[in-house]
Design a binder for this molecule. Structure first.
Ligand SMILES: [Fe+2]
Length: 310
């Protein structure tokens, strides 16, 4: 069933949450107050948040001093949790700082010390500085990501989001038709290659196998709103039936187009922000900070997608 934007607005009107928007991105980012995510929510409240994620794509909750347990409980309201493990990073189980329900997107080791410059885990994590959608390299890509700011950097470390629905809507008709049936290969190996991190050289054949490319359509539809999106990511390394260099040129052009300022929201973190984004209709990236000195403790939970797209 497709729910129109108006119906969504009607459902949200008069709800329990107060959602404010800003003139620069009225349909993209919602700022929520008057809710405490440590409290249990009922089905109506959960539905309201879920619909608002579909409507806006990025939802910002301020002042949420939550524990890992609170974050996991809240995340499970929206579906199953995508476990963090060997198919999403190269951190060994014995070196994990957090439980597998949480993706550790900090710059810290298990002793809460910043990772050193040449640590492969640090270099691997630099991939988050590239525009991407979470887990697009998995056969069932992620639905929502929830990022909790436990400790923020003094300088830098903003997260930027780009609206892939508006990016699709604003494409010329020729390009919309051209990409309609395109299929792309996604892998963490491709995004890390962009940084000069040679995973094939650094990792074992067993580890490399965990990052075997998967195919995803380049255009997808949000079944709730009926809107089309460009399903883009720096994890893309090849378009089906294209050679790699042509694929990379085309994808890089599209990423440059889709991340121009008119499609973009820049989130400057405050302590205890919790931001939810919809990976089905956005891309995001983190910006640089002094990660060899500062401690930026960000903890992500991820809602597993509901279906294979191919
Ligand atoms: Fe990410």
């Amino acid at each position: 069933m497709i729910i129109s934007q108006n119906f969504l607005l009607e459902k949200l009107y008069g709800g329990f949450m107060k959602i404010e928007t800003r003139d620069a991105f009225p349909d993209f980012v919602g700022f929520v107050s008057n809710i405490d995510l440590r409290q249990k929510l009922d089905n109506k409240q959960i539905e309201e948040i879920d619909l608002s994620i579909n409507k806006y794509s990025v939802i910002v909750f301020k002042d949420q001093n939550i524990s890992d347990e609170d974050q996991v409980r809240f995340t499970k309201y929206f579906g199953n949790i995508e476990a963090s493990g060997k198919t999403s990073n190269i951190t060994k189980a014995k070196d994990r700082r957090l439980s597998t329900d949480l993706a550790d997107v900090s710059n810290l080791d298990k002793n809460n010390k910043p990772l050193s410059q040449n640590d492969p885990r640090r270099i691997f994590n630099l991939g988050n500085r590239l525009w991407h959608t979470d887990s697009s390299f998995k056969s069932i890509p992620a639905k929502y990501s929830l990022l909790s700011a436990r400790n923020i950097s003094e300088q830098g470390g903003n997260t930027e989001f780009a609206d892939m629905r508006s990016a699709y809507d604003n494409l010329d008709e020729l390009t919309q038709n051209k990409i309609q049936d395109m299929v792309c290969e996604h892998s963490l190996i491709y995004s890390r290659q962009r940084l000069g991190f040679d995973m094939v050289k650094e990792l074992s054949s067993e580890e490399i196998k965990n990052f075997t490319p998967v195919e995803q359509p380049l255009v997808r539809i949000n079944k709730i709103t009926g809107r089309k999106v460009i399903f883009l990511s720096s994890h893309i390394g090849k378009i089906r039936d294209w050679i790699r260099p042509d694929s990379m040129c085309f994808i890089d052009d599209l990423i440059e187009y889709a991340t121009q300022i008119k499609f973009k929201y820049i989130h400057k973190w405050s302590q205890n922000d919790l931001v939810i984004w919809d990976n089905r209709q956005t891309m995001h990236r983190v910006r640089a900070f002094d990660d060899l000195k500062e401690k930026r403790d960000m903890r992500r939970t991820t809602v597993l997608g509901e279906e294979r797209l191919m």
